[in-house]
Design a protein around this ligand. Structure first.
Ligand SMILES: Cc1ncc(C[n+]2csc(CCOP(=O)(O)OP(=O)(O)O)c2C)c(N)n1
Ligand SMILES: [Mg+2]
Length: 477
């Protein structure tokens, strides 16, 4: 391989001196499809055509993987006009008008919406019809998510769970986006998207086991509550470190594309996630490498107590897509039909065209950041109530399916009562289930436990035996 690369480099530098030919070394598709065959084919035909380079370059754009890069010098020589010139990256027109591009557009980018606040379809909307079965399932999952949030939050307040975080106001984002994906699409979540896992079949008992950190939890209690993950459901385990999932999703998407899979990845993050360096690196990498990834930003106005106005001055997150060369859409995060349609289309584009898509869902974090936060310290209770009331995405979707005759008040009360019972029982069962043994803290990360961890385990065991009365009695030593 290295010999081949060396030879290829020599060929390229030869072309450079002849043609000012810069692009070929930087085209990813040229390298990643079938490097040996493709490059030899390219270089052989170039050699045969050195006599008439311009005709050759024009006729063979695709086989040479030319997308944006063109020969700077050669094109300049042949095409330059008074008003435009080919710079590396493409042709640019000149202007005699000395003006700066404004930092923000005069009008903010519009937000795609299908259902109005009363659940009516806005006339002339362009959307995908959701059939009865899927729509009812979506609604039932949104309600389940709401009830889970109520009961698990209460359980934390009662001291039964150490930490919790709700997704109040973001139920449509969770469920409608999940419904528009395929099961094989790999999910890289932040932490406010448990509904995606719920939609994929993670059971209420599995959620409760993770929250209680018992021995049935797949992480065996190593993670904080709400850091769910499941191989079985193609849902990558949540990391506390905000933003890290973004470049991971890009790398995984690129690998799906290389393997020719009919699948994409989706990564969720908040407005705060978009303020990390990982977000920018991830978007740029995905655009250049043409990775089939959906970037789903939940812009809910807050990163804990930091409002968006203190995070960025751009028109939200959607405006940044174009800067990176990524197709983007802004969508109403409280409208399940609009979210479903946008994600469905984004998935098609990502896979068929092998390219990333950015979705910014506008919403509001209607709960506290987590159980460690009191958001009334930095925003008014009235503001929170307004969002919780008139903008509730669950009741908006309910009105829509009720009007279609697919849902009733009786179905509603049965669902809520059954779900409450099921969740309360799952918490009790998870509480009674034994905790993982102390040894589990040190297992399942490394294939062979390294010496520093063996040393730590020894120290931990010595400490427990010295202070056994202070050590929780329900954790097997
Ligand atoms: C790299 C990093 N910086 C800071 C934190 C602390 N932190 C945890 S959550 C959070 C807010 C993230 O806000 P956002 O992405 O908007 O998500 P939201 O909570 O609003 O859903 C911060 C700053 C962290 N976990 N990781
Ligand atoms: Mg936020």
């Amino acid at each position: 391989m290295s010999v081949h690369l060396l030879k290829s480099r020599n060929v390229v530098s030869h072309f450079r001196s002849k043609l000012g030919f810069l692009a070929i070394t930087n085209q990813p598709t040229c390298w990643n499809t079938n490097l040996n065959h493709h490059f030899h084919t390219c270089s052989r035909s170039i050699l045969q055509n050195l006599e008439s380079p311009h005709e050759f370059l024009c006729e063979n754009r695709n086989s040479l993987c030319f997308h944006r890069w063109e020969s700077t010098m050669a094109e300049k020589h042949l095409n330059v006009t008074e008003h435009a010139m080919d710079y590396p990256g493409g042709k640019v027109k000149f202007t005699s008008d000395m003006s700066f591009i404004p930092g923000s557009p005069e009008e903010r980018i519009h937000c795609y919406r299908v259902l109005d606040e009363d659940g009516h379809i806005i006339s002339s909307s362009n959307f995908i019809e959701i059939g009865k079965e899927v729509a009812v399932k979506m609604y039932m999952h949104m309600v389940t998510l709401q009830v889970m949030d109520t009961i698990f939050y209460e359980a934390q307040r009662q001291g039964r769970i150490s930490f919790y975080l709700t997704c109040i106001g973001e139920e449509a984002i969770n469920i409608a986006s999940a419904a528009a994906l395929n099961f094989e699409d790999l999910v890289f979540p932040q932490y406010r998207e448990p509904g995606v896992l719920l939609w994929r079949g993670f059971t209420i008992q599995e959620f409760a086991n993770q929250l209680l950190g018992n021995k049935a939890d797949y992480g065996k209690g190593k993670q904080m509550p709400i850091h769910y993950g499941s191989n079985k459901h193609n849902y990558v385990t949540i990391s506390s470190t905000v933003g890290t999932q973004v470049p991971q999703a890009v790398g995984a998407a690129y690998s799906l594309k290389m393997d020719g899979k009919d699948a994409c990845t989706i990564t969720y993050f908040g407005d705060g996630g978009s303020s990390t360096a990982d977000f920018h690196a991830g978007l740029n990498f995905a655009a250049v490498m043409e990775a089939p990834v959906i970037f789903f930003c939940r812009n809910n106005g807050w990163a804990i107590s930091t409002p968006v106005a203190d995070q960025f001055r751009s028109d939200g997150i959607v405006s940044r897509g174009q800067a990176y060369g990524i197709r983007s859409i802004r969508v109403d995060g409280h409208d399940a039909v609009a979210i479903y349609t946008a994600v469905h289309e984004a998935r098609q584009m990502a896979i068929k065209e092998g390219a990333p898509v950015l979705i910014e869902a506008l919403t509001y974090r209607a709960g506290h950041h987590s159980t460690s936060d009191d958001s009334t310290r930095y925003r008014s209770a009235r503001e929170i109530e307004w969002w919780r009331g008139s903008q509730d995405p669950v009741s908006r979707f309910r009105k829509y399916i009720e009007r279609k005759g697919w849902w009733s008040s009786e179905a509603e009360s049965d669902l809520r009562a059954n779900t409450r019972k099921q969740i309360a029982e799952a918490v009790q069962f998870a509480e009674k289930t034994e905790k993982p043994p102390v040894a589990a803290i040190f297992q399942d990360v490394y294939d062979v436990v390294p010496s520093n961890l063996r040393e730590q385990e020894k120290l931990l065991r010595e400490t427990i035996s010295r202070h056994s009365k202070d050590y929780p009695s329900d954790v097997p030593v």
